[in-house]
Design a protein around this ligand. Sequence first.
Ligand code: ZN
Length: 103
Amino acid sequence: MIGARAELNDLLDQAAEMGEYVLECRDVGHIWKDWTVARLRHGFEQTMRCSQCGTERVRFIDPEGYIDSSHYRYPDGYLVHGLGRLTVDHRAALRLELLQRSA
Ligand SMILES: [Zn+2]
């Protein structure tokens, strides 16, 4: 178990390598623009793509329009490795990285 300070330093090292578009999507949210749909035997598979970072959101939708399940496919360089679910502090650090680069 590494301490919170070490975790934050690890995150900052990774954040320095992230594209600004990745930091922006993480902070503000994805821009779901393009999507495709395939008809399945029992419903539909819809794939949406973020026009900014390339993350894909795949949704399986039943014949009545309800969402059965969904998952994401992330592009290289999007995920933070080794930290599990990001905390409020982690998200603040990523936000600050973007703002400092942009100001
Ligand atoms: Zn995105």
